[in-house]
Design a protein around this ligand. Structure first.
Ligand SMILES: O=C(O)COP(=O)(O)O
Ligand SMILES: [Mg+2]
Length: 221
């Protein structure tokens, strides 16, 4: 793979954000008189952006969709407030992420974030974690009309980075990341430690178990 740029998913790939997401989700549920869900349960609802997360968390069902009911609108408002107030209380980089991002940035590798997390959370979270400046482009879940698994966010990132899609490596933890990469024509590596289920069977070019294994796939000089 002649990789000249990298695009990274955020939740479940760079950072373990589930405890802050689950806290905000459960505070929103409590505001609406609903009982607490386990972090694992909330993790199984992450991946399609905040509106889907809120719909699934309120219904405690993976098939719930956000249609804008009064309860969902209220739940979304509550979730926004709680999550914005505690984006990085318990959120941490997975092992070797910081070092590897820093090394790639130092070596001049163009880097993108391509996440389904909305901009209102993505940008402050990256700032709070001290890595905002490492990325040349940030495409969030609501930056464009379509989000992953559509190819547009990766197409937009490649355009901004001035690289070919075939030369931009996508790294993610869920089926949406792999589908988006396939649709866009990007090579894709899956991480095994995130929130996606059955990641080994989803047809990524490779599966890695620790973030710095990425080095093996990049032509670093
Ligand atoms: O917030 C989400 O739903 C998922 O975010 P991700 O695309 O960074 O995994
Ligand atoms: Mg993810």
């Amino acid at each position: 793979m002649p990789i000249t740029a990298c695009a990274f998913d955020l939740d479940g790939t760079l950072v373990d954000s589930i405890h802050d997401l689950a806290r905000a989700a459960n505070l929103a549920r409590a505001d609406l008189g609903l009982a607490e869900l386990s972090s694992d349960r909330v993790a199984s609802f992450v991946g399609d952006g905040a509106a889907s997360l809120v719909a699934r968390v309120l219904a405690d069902s993976n098939s719930a969709e956000y249609t804008g009911t009064a309860m969902q609108v209220e739940g979304m408002d509550r979730f926004n407030e709680h999550y914005r107030a505690g984006l990085s209380i318990a959120t941490q980089f997975y092992p070797k992420v910081q070092e590897t991002l820093h090394m790639l940035h130092e070596r001049g590798m163009p880097l993108a974030i391509v996440t389904n997390k909305p901009e209102r959370f993505t940008i402050p979270l990256l700032r709070e974690l001290g890595v905002f400046e490492h990325f040349d482009v940030i495409v969030a879940g609501d930056s464009l009309p379509k989000k992953k698994p559509a190819p547009e966010p990766l197409q937009f990132a490649a355009l901004q980075l001035k690289v070919e899609l075939a030369d931009m490596l996508m790294v993610g933890d869920s089926e949406n990341d792999i589908l988006a990469a396939r649709a866009a024509g990007c090579p894709v590596i899956a991480v095994s430690y995130g929130y996606g289920s059955n990641i080994e069977s989803l047809g990524a070019d490779a599966v890695i178990h620790r973030f710095d294994e990425l080095r093996d796939y990049l032509d670093l000089n």
